[in-house]
Design a protein around this ligand. Structure first.
Ligand SMILES: [Zn+2]
Length: 298
């Protein structure tokens, strides 16, 4: 993490510009809960939790620890992947960001960059499939089925729906993070952090690549089996890390709403699958139905 303070220092637009010297005695202004024991840290002036001794150093840090904020200084690539690392493997430190204002435009930009990390490999795979497609022998005896599966016009529609789906699933968790009972400032931080939590999805290309290897090797040999396993397990692992991050944020900002955590645990994955059914299957079926109806009319 950055500890040096230079002339190029970037402070998030709404972050307090408190000096570290006075930070240790600054009162914590909100209901903010210890990550270890759930003790309410409000109005505390010490640098350790009085209940369990957990260090409040990262809670008290005046500057955000999210690398993405410092992308102009350390470069976009490094800032992005360091943030992914933080969101995936340093979830406690990530959770402590609740102590500071979290910039909304920055988290949105991070979200859309993550969406592109999922979408661009899909786009490239589609283009590659079309580039090598015509040389292949027709795998289906049925010409009509072949026409239907290789028609070009549904491709842009399907890609639009994929983008719509990615926008929906990365946005939907935020709805669970603004119960009226908590201060508006904390609601805003929790919402912004819920967008960062989708970071693990940036690695979606890995199981995709594993799936291609598994198909090419037809699951033969240890490599083929490993690729198959990787392609199946990894997507669930990424979704799980995302969900655990959301639970961390929930526990951090509103432990008094225990039901909210269970709601997130059940409803967020439920919504991911529901939206997949609706956007990726429901809408194409509807479009196909409309096309069939209009085709039979002429
Ligand atoms: Zn504690």
């Amino acid at each position: 993490m950055r500890t040096t303070k230079g002339s190029t220092e970037v402070t998030p637009t709404d972050a307090p510009s408190t000096e570290p010297a006075e930070a240790a005695t600054r009162e914590i202004p909100h209901d903010l809960f210890c990550q270890e024991c759930g003790y309410n840290l409000r109005a505390l002036t010490s640098d350790r939790c009085p209940e369990c001794g957990h260090s409040l150093e990262t809670v008290r840090a005046a500057r955000t620890q999210i690398p993405w904020i410092y992308r102009k200084e350390i470069g976009r690539f490094r800032a992005y992947w360091r943030t992914i690392w933080m969101v995936m493997f340093r979830q406690r430190v990530f959770g402590e960001e609740m102590a500071r204002p979290v910039s909304y435009p920055d988290c949105q930009r991070f979200r859309w960059v993550t969406v592109l990390h999922i979408y661009v490999p899909i786009l490239l795979a589609t283009l590659a499939a079309y580039a090598i497609g015509p040389q292949q022998a027709r795998p289906f005896g049925d010409d009509l089925l072949y026409e239907a599966l290789t028609a070009v016009w549904p491709v842009p529609i399907f890609h639009t729906l994929i983008l719509l789906y990615l926008a929906a699933i990365t946005g939907v968790p935020s709805y669970f993070f603004h119960p009226r009972g908590i201060p508006v400032a904390l609601q805003n931080r929790a919402i912004a952090m819920s967008y960062y939590a989708c970071g693990p999805l940036a690695l979606t290309a890995l199981p995709g690549a594993a799936a291609i290897v598994a198909i090419l090797l037809r699951g033969n040999g240890y490599l083929g089996m490993a690729a198959q396993l990787f392609a199946i397990v990894l997507p669930f692992a990424l979704l799980l890390i995302w969900l655990i991050d959301l639970l961390h944020i929930s526990r951090r900002v509103m432990p008094q709403y225990r039901g909210r955590a269970y709601l997130i645990l059940v409803c967020v994955p439920g919504l991911w699958f529901f939206l997949a059914g609706l956007i990726l299957f429901g809408i194409p079926l509807f479009i196909w139905y409309i096309v069939l109806i209009t085709a039979t009319m002429f």
